[in-house]
Design a protein around this ligand. Structure first.
Ligand code: SF4
Ligand code: SF4
Length: 458
């Protein structure tokens, strides 16, 4: 039996909102464009591009060759090592090419191209014998199955989920924390998922809680999504050890460390993982992907993408087959306005510019946003006035002004040795807060790339 909750009762829940994280910023939400738009399905297009390395870790290894016929949901590339995952065809069709293709960042990466059958159907038929009795699986079987499902973190990071679930013997997970904060402006794909598929969210929570042997689940949702909170609570039953926790609306509430602080009032020490303090954190989209795989056998072949921003003709939330060229998705939504100057993947705070619209939608693509000159023109940069607003904004207690100064001087080693630049999560809160328009996060990204590359070379 589901319990009915009114909106007025939402904010008198077991977790106290007096808890929270210090610092952070309050950018405008801009979610009104798409928050109330039901999810629509994008029809199949003629060609799909599946990069082998669209997750963090080692790229997958093709198990098909040019000319092979494949069905929707069929394995096309297998994991190559432990930090790697499987890849499945989003469409029934023919392998037309395996070679280099443009990636969203403009680089060329190995990809499998599939020519779709003209009359292919999007209805998923479990013809690949993915039938599981997940309740009786031991943890090793569960981890193997997740790796072969191709599921990765759907919040944007695309970290293979099975790696996250491989908990060392000496560690115990007490809490599963589900991230439904969706604190990035414009994005509403997680919100619509919670509104339209609350049963799948709760089912995925139960599957993972049982497998990780966690005692409780908390789903954190920012308070600006009352409909999501209400829907989840409506479908909650007494036998579920799940709490729905409304969160303060503040950026970056959805960062792991901030969520943990807000919900459990625990500090995650620098360099530690949530599992080190007994917590497993998963995005709400990942949780639904688990439910879809273990209940219906559907691997990760599609995802919800928010299309928004002043440059998009018809903003929308869409179910998009992975591998669909971005241009085709935009065309489905009426295309771009003439005034569009920049298209980005992800949210405006942490997203990155798309270099080529023929690049595909990836497992980690949460949104495609288009902006006009008004939003993209960069105001003049002024010298630092030492106002400390960036320090007040940084939720990781770093010194962004110092990092920017050192970054400009390319003193990358000093940025790490004295100011822990690698602890920066690139949330962009400092850049947003800076009255001198200093592109602090860009300097930080350059430094981190440089330090990482040097580490690989040595
Ligand atoms: S220094 Fe890094 S973590 Fe701190 S606010 Fe700036 S981008 Fe975010
Ligand atoms: S917010 Fe900008 S101007 Fe103020 S201290 Fe930081 S870098 Fe300097």
């Amino acid at each position: 039996m589901s319990k009915l909750f009114s909106l007025n009762s939402l904010f008198s829940l077991p977790f106290s909102l007096k808890k929270g994280f210090s610092h952070g910023v309050h950018p405008p939400h801009h979610k009104e464009q798409t928050a109330d738009l039901p999810i629509q399905r994008v029809p199949f297009v003629s060609r799909y591009i599946m990069p082998l390395g669209q997750h963090i870790g080692v790229p997958s290894e093709p198990v098909v060759k040019v000319g092979d016929r494949v069905h929707r949901g069929e394995l096309i590339a297998q994991p190559k090592g432990f930090i790697s995952t499987a890849l499945h065809s989003p469409v029934t069709g023919k392998i037309s090419n395996i070679g280099m293709h443009r990636y969203v960042d403009g680089s060329f990466r190995q990809a499998i191209e599939i020519e779709a059958d003209p009359y292919a159907t999007q209805q998923f038929v479990n013809t690949h014998n993915n039938v599981f009795n997940v309740k009786d699986m031991n943890i090793e079987q569960f981890i193997d199955a997740v790796q072969m499902s191709g599921i990765v973190g759907m919040g944007g990071a695309a970290f293979p989920s099975h790696v996250k679930y491989s908990i060392p013997d000496e560690q115990v997970i007490t809490d599963l924390l589900v991230n439904g904060a969706e604190c990035e402006p414009y994005l509403t794909n997680d919100h619509r998922l919670m509104v339209e598929r609350p049963e799948a969210v709760l089912r995925g929570c139960e599957i993972l809680r049982q497998k990780l042997n966690a005692k409780r689940v908390a789903i954190g949702v920012e308070k600006n999504k009352p409909e999501s909170i209400c829907q989840l609570k409506n479908y909650l039953t007494d036998d579920m050890a799940i709490d729905i926790v409304p969160l303060e609306v503040k950026y970056p509430q959805g960062a792991e460390k901030m969520l943990i602080k807000s919900i459990y009032n625990k500090e995650l020490p620098a360099g530690k993982l949530p599992r080190d303090i007994g917590i497993a954190v998963n995005n709400v989209g990942t949780i639904v992907a688990l439910a879809d795989y273990f209940d219906h056998g559907m691997p990760l072949i599609e995802r919800i993408v928010t299309l928004a921003g002043p440059g998009v003709q018809e903003p929308a939330n869409l179910i998009v087959p992975i591998g669909t060229p971005i241009r085709d998705v935009l065309d489905f939504a009426g295309g771009l306005k003439e005034q569009t100057r920049e298209v980005i993947s992800g949210g405006p705070m942490m997203g990155s510019p798309i270099a080529d619209l023929d690049a595909p939608i990836l497992k980690g693509t949460s949104g495609i946003l288009a902006f006009t000159e008004k939003e993209t023109s960069r105001p003049p940069e002024y010298p630092c006035i030492r106002c400390a607003r960036c320090l007040d904004a940084c939720p990781y207690f770093l010194n962004p002004s110092r990092l920017a100064l050192l970054g400009k001087a390319r003193l990358f080693d000093e940025m790490q040795d004295k100011y822990n630049v690698m602890d920066c999560v690139e949330c962009g809160a400092c850049t947003y807060a800076c009255p001198s328009n200093i592109p602090i996060v860009q300097h930080i990204r350059t430094a981190k790339d440089n330090l990482r590359n040097r580490k690989v070379e040595t």
